[in-house]
Write a new protein. Structure first.
Lengths: 84, 368
């Protein structure tokens, strides 16, 4: 699940971890909170990134860009943006 | 908007504040939570009752990182601020707030009222909206807590699950609450055009008049604009196809049927001095793009192009509108003429000839 991005710009560990965490938290379909089930990780990182870019009205490239990273750094609600 | 159905199968819900944040006084937390629930009960049949022990439908708690048996974790300061679960048993309906954030009643840190109102949207069955003006948009955005935080998108979402607030007046017999359309003594608070319609406002009601086919409809103002207060005092249609409503020193801007974000604003932002506390009546002359604001026995002229009040104002109304000597309740323009309302009478004024043409009953437009 390598992170698709322009190699030169987003090498720093922190950003890569932030993006992975963000996509896992908000763009991974969450099982019902009352059943401690396993998380499905069916979609690739690029597919989740595309979904996130689409939701926020960004350019849907599946690649990390500064605008996408900026949105990911904003304080927000912890509920996933995709259906439970 | 998005919903996580089926929502609660009842309209009377309980909530319990399990613990408090040290960032705010307990009273302020109680108030913020109560106000945040009221946001949703204002536009639905939902009723929230607080309990202090036992299991409530909506359990409200502050925690950090891994908290209790919650399957979601918090992440320290910033990042995730709070989360909630859709209606259901167990975690269903619960709302958790990250104690590692700085919770406040104002614009510093994170405003607990605003975040709680968002989380309670989830607790009632809403998921995130990608409409950036919506309260249910995932990212935190501070808005003045004195403004009603729901956008039309939020209201459509919650009412798609629970319906709208039962308009009590509809349950009562129409006569005592609805004004009598053909009462010969009727007066109006404000009148404005709205594209090809003329809208007459009084108290909580409005009449929609189509002058071309003499149709008249009586409605509640809240049917169209739930966040507008009753008792609007002045209104007009500007050249940008927007309607501006005035009450006291505040005004709202409606585009289509949506209240624009960031309103109400203070009328001082239009250029009025602080001494001006309210607007009696207002009309935009479609032929000149100038808007006249009537206050007491004077009026101010506002240029819609430069978006500023013209110099040399206020002027005495009677000097420039001969025959309009009393305070103006309401005014609108139709086919080039101005119609000035005072009590149960209106005067038709020709701005070119600068004279009153005739006087009629205020409700002559209703074809009584």
């Amino acid at each position: 699940n390598g992170l698709p991005a322009q190699p030169e710009k987003y090498n720093n560990e922190e950003d890569v971890k932030l993006v992975q965490d963000y996509l896992n938290k908000f763009y991974t379909v969450e099982p019902d909170p009352n059943q401690l089930g396993w998380r499905k990780n069916a979609e690739s990182t690029a597919e989740k990134l595309q979904k996130m870019q689409q939701f926020f009205g960004l350019k849907v490239t599946g690649k990390l860009d500064s605008e996408t990273l900026e949105i990911m750094k904003k304080p927000r609600c912890g509920v996933p943006d995709v259906g439970l | 908007y998005g919903v996580t159905l089926p929502g609660w199968k009842k309209t009377k819900l309980t909530y319990r504040i399990v613990n408090y944040t040290p960032d705010m006084s307990k009273e302020d937390v109680d108030k913020a939570i109560q106000k945040a629930l009221k946001v949703w009960s204002t536009v639905t049949p939902l009723i929230f009752t607080r309990i202090h022990v036992g299991i409530a439908d909506i359990m409200i708690a502050f925690g950090t990182k891994a908290h209790g048996h919650c399957p979601r974790y918090f992440d320290g300061p910033l990042g995730v601020l709070a989360h909630a679960f859709p209606p259901g048993n167990g975690f269903g309906g619960d709302a958790h707030f990250d104690e590692d954030e700085d919770w406040t009643t104002g614009s510093a840190g994170f405003n607990l009222f605003l975040v709680a109102a968002h989380e309670f949207g989830h607790a009632l069955g809403l998921s995130h909206s990608n409409d950036q003006r919506a309260l249910m948009f995932p990212n935190y955005a501070y808005v003045n807590p004195s403004e009603f935080p729901l956008s039309p998108d939020d209201i459509s979402a919650i009412q798609s699950i629970y319906g709208s607030r039962p308009n009590a007046p509809d349950k009562r017999p129409a006569t005592p609450t609805s004004p009598k359309t053909c009462d010969s003594q009727i007066s109006f608070d404000a009148v404005t055009t709205l594209r090809r319609e003329v809208i007459f406002l009084k108290g909580r009601h409005l009449w929609r008049v189509y002058p071309d086919n003499s149709e008249v409809e009586l409605e509640l103002i809240s049917t169209f604009w739930p966040t507008l207060p009753p008792g609007i005092q002045a209104a007009y249609e500007n050249p940008k196809d927007q309607i501006l409503f005035f009450k006291g020193n505040k005004f709202w801007v409606i585009s289509g049927y949506q209240v624009l974000l960031g309103y109400p604003k203070n009328i001082s932002t239009l250029g009025f001095p602080k001494g001006v506390k309210k607007i009696d009546a207002v009309v935009c002359n479609k032929n000149t793009g100038k808007t006249d604001f009537f206050i007491g026995d004077k009026y101010w002229r506002y240029d819609e192009n430069s978006q500023s009040i013209e110099t040399g104002y206020p002027r005495r109304t009677a000097d420039d509108f001969p025959g309009i000597s009393q305070r103006v309740d309401a005014v609108f323009q139709h086919k080039g003429f101005f119609y000035f309302f005072h009590g149960s009478k209106q005067r038709e004024f020709n701005p070119t000839a600068r004279k009153v043409i005739r006087e009629m009953k205020s409700n002559s437009w209703f074809n009584c």
